[in-house]
Write a protein that binds this ligand. Structure first.
Ligand code: 9PG
Length: 460
């Protein structure tokens, strides 16, 4: 395992009653938000959940705040908001800690170089985060963001058991009800196994499903987790040299999860064959999930930083599917994905239930999804189109009105995931109100702010 060393970057005075610390979680599902100096920020409750939402190699001290790539402090005493962030997101992403010292100080430390900037014209932390994001963008040459057409997603109604009949049925219902949906996105369940991206007999005929979607004048979307390998898959059995040594990618689907070493001979060729197969079937929208697995620490065949390996693999996938295809990142390392996805899940999963299991905010639950979507609002229209996850509107959903309001206020991707037959009048009206075609590229939500670089310390 990597040995980590945190260097002190700054010691700042704060007003303990009013100071706020902003944490940006490592990947889509990791909690993000602003917390008061006197509070504690969310921590993963279980080891298996930790592996999926946090970088397992980092210690998880509970006596401090922690963030990935950028941490922001509002001292609360009238002095400017300060960001402590990495200068370039194309390399390694630092883990940044803010540790309370006494009751009037925060000590900022990081395992990699970061720079501090003050934001005198920022009124809120979100303004400073916007400014920091602009700064990152000014150093990259990115394509303009695309408008993304609204989609219906199979996950939150058919779950793992989705079949060809379910998809064709939903397509018929959407067409008959004249709902403004452009893309039918088939989620987890069509594949043989996690890592074996061939079509399962249980699902049915993917080729004819996609052809039927096309005949109805709609686009096809598909889910896959390209960098994840189920311990029970054929891939794990037949290609052990493609497994990233020393990486524990968590547990789901009743099995341990391993990570694909995208730098191993043949591993990327296999993935690109999969993407070519899906592209040839007519898929134009890819929801790429559990992407964190591609950026985990481990013993790679090629000795490059994990984030760099991830960016290279994602760039190859983009090249394979083409610029016209839509890529939605999910479970993805946030900052390392800038420029590589069109839309990005910025929250844990929405759920029929309001509270996440055991109140762990990295786990599915609408409350957690809404909190994260708010905390990452500033990334929308800058790095990508924010995906606050699907609208769930059927009557059995807890607090469906709050979900609708939250999604409406995020300005981002509009998807929904109910069985059409379960929708009552209120829900149908909400779908018509909120699922509107995206005509133009996304608008940036908050004003631009100017920064002043007041400390610039290189550490290590
Ligand atoms: C399909 C789903 C949906 C969903 C994704 C992702 O075990 N876990 O902690 C865990 C977290 C998230 C998760 C699944 C499992 O959901 O976010 O939209 O596509 O995969 O399996």
């Amino acid at each position: 395992m990597v040995s980590l060393h945190f260097d002190e970057i700054a010691d700042i005075e704060i007003d303990p009653d009013r100071a706020l610390v902003y944490e940006l979680g490592w990947q889509s599902w990791s909690p993000s938000g602003s917390y008061s100096f006197k509070s504690t920020s969310p921590r993963p409750l279980k080891k298996i959940w930790q592996a999926m939402a946090y970088r397992p190699e980092f210690v998880d001290p509970s006596n401090c705040f922690q963030s990935d790539g950028v941490l922001i402090v509002n001292p609360g005493d009238g002095r400017p908001i300060v960001s402590f962030g990495v200068a370039d997101i194309q390399g390694q992403i630092p883990h940044i800690l803010a540790t309370p010292k006494g009751n009037k100080h925060l000590v900022i430390s990081s395992n990699l170089p970061i720079e501090a900037r003050s934001w005198p014209s920022a009124v809120t932390i979100e303004d400073a985060l916007s400014g920091w994001a602009e700064l990152i963008l000014s150093k990259m040459e990115l394509q303009p963001l695309k408008a993304i057409a609204p989609a219906w997603c199979s996950w939150y109604c058919y779950w793992f058991n989705v079949t060809q009949n379910d998809i064709v049925g939903a397509l018929g219902d959407i067409t008959r009800a004249q709902l403004p949906i452009t893309t039918i996105q088939i989620d987890d369940g069509w594949q043989e196994a996690i890592g074996d991206w061939t079509i399962s007999k249980r699902f049915g005929d993917l080729k004819s499903t996609i052809a039927t979607i096309k005949e109805a004048g709609k686009e096809s979307g598909i889910w896959l987790a390209p960098f994840l390998v189920g311990a029970n898959s054929q891939l794990a059995e037949k290609n052990p040299s493609w497994i990233l040594g020393g990486a524990d990618a968590g547990f789901n689907w009743n099995q341990s999860l391993l990570a694909l070493d995208t730098t191993a001979n043949g591993a990327m060729d296999y993935l690109l064959e999969t993407f070519t197969m899906l592209k040839e079937l007519g898929v134009t929208y890819f929801k790429l999930d559990f992407l964190y697995a591609g950026a985990m620490e481990g013993n790679r065949n090629r000795d490059i930083p994990s984030e760099v390996a991830y960016r290279q693999a994602m760039a190859s996938i983009r090249e394979c599917v083409g610029d016209e295809a839509t890529i939605v990142g999910c479970g993805a390392p946030i900052l390392s994905s800038v420029g590589l996805v069109d839309a990005m899940r910025i929250s844990p999963d929405i759920s029929p239930l309001w509270d996440p299991p055991e109140q762990d905010l990295s786990q599915p639950g609408s409350r957690a999804a809404i909190l994260n979507s708010r905390a990452r609002r500033a990334l929308h229209g800058r790095f990508w189109v924010n995906d606050p996850d699907c609208l769930l509107l059927r009557p059995s959903i807890e607090n469906r009105e709050l979900i609708a309001d939250a999604v409406a206020s995020t300005n981002g991707l509009r998807t929904f995931s109910d069985p059409i037959s379960s929708l009552d009048e209120w829900a149908i009206a909400k779908v018509r109100e909120l699922i509107t075609p995206a005509e133009t590229a996304p608008a940036v939500p908050s004003p631009r702010v100017a920064s002043v670089q007041y400390i610039s310390q290189q550490v290590q």
